[in-house]
Design a protein around this ligand. Sequence first.
Ligand code: BGC
Length: 353
Amino acid sequence: MKIKTTVSALCLAVAAVTFAGTACAAKIGVSMPTQSLQRWNQDGSNMKAMLEQSGHTVDLQYAGDNDIPTQVNQIENMIASDVDVLVVASIDGSALTEVLKGAKDKSIPVIAYDRLIMNSDAVSYYATFDNTKVGRLQGQYIADALDLANQKGPFNVELFTGPTDDNNVNFFWGGAMEVLKPYIDNGTLVVKSGQTEKEQCATLNWNLEEAQKRMENLISSVAYGPEDTPLVAVLCQNDALACGVANALLATGYDASNMPVITGQDCDKPAVKNIVRGYQSMSVFKDTRTLAAQVVKMVNSITKGETVEVNDTTTYNNGTGVIPSFLCEPVACTKDNYKELLIESGYYSEDDL
Ligand code: BGC
């Protein structure tokens, strides 16, 4: 295989200076979407530290605040500077087709990080969390909290997703709808805004303020409020959306005693604080240390010319074929288990929260 030949040659070149059993030192380009969300800072810094521990040099770049041309430019420069492996968390999964042709031409292996890169045959591997399961955990939390299996409702809910150019959004949506759609179809759950299509629920760039504005608009158009039309749950695909929604609901008179069930994802610090205060019900914990470690493992296998460990070879087709993937496990996080998941595991300190 071409990839193996090129990188193995690199290994031979540096074999003299590496210890037996350690990965071959290589130059790794890491492209992250934004620094405005806590998780990507953690993803980037965890990966850089672990890659450096493995003896690699790392060119870590953040694309401004989700700026697609910046990301394209940064990747172009990494390719021009002959990185040995590229790790990319894309902003728009479909915007990198052209630039990655350069990686393919130079036989630079590309690992899609967290989000699948679409329509590019330059992508060698994909490492992520089980995105369908993330959605299922969110949907199931709502189903359990409202006891949908036994109650008739009707319960009013609203739905908030990320931007559909993030391929993960489709999987989060699929997982959540597996659980919730039957209840929407039989009238147990009612979406009073009528906005039940994924595209209608999308939030540009996962932006907190955008989600807050949309919730404010729904509050006025449907007349949701503690003394008005009851709102029982809001499916939010991540913590930024959940915080925006909670802000709008707090401003309209909801408090910890009557807040609708609100889901999230990432266990961002502000969201965990909201969970503790009763302003958000749950988040999905995706331990970025695990994902970073898995990608570092992939990089090390690639640079040593060894077989790369994957655990899913059927789910993620990027339009050019199925990309061999490694899916890490997401876990539901609530007031009941956040200490164990986040503090005892060393992810956060008590002071962080
Ligand atoms: C990630 C989430 C994150 C969101 C916004 C998604 O692709 O999987 O963890 O909250 O992007 O950055």
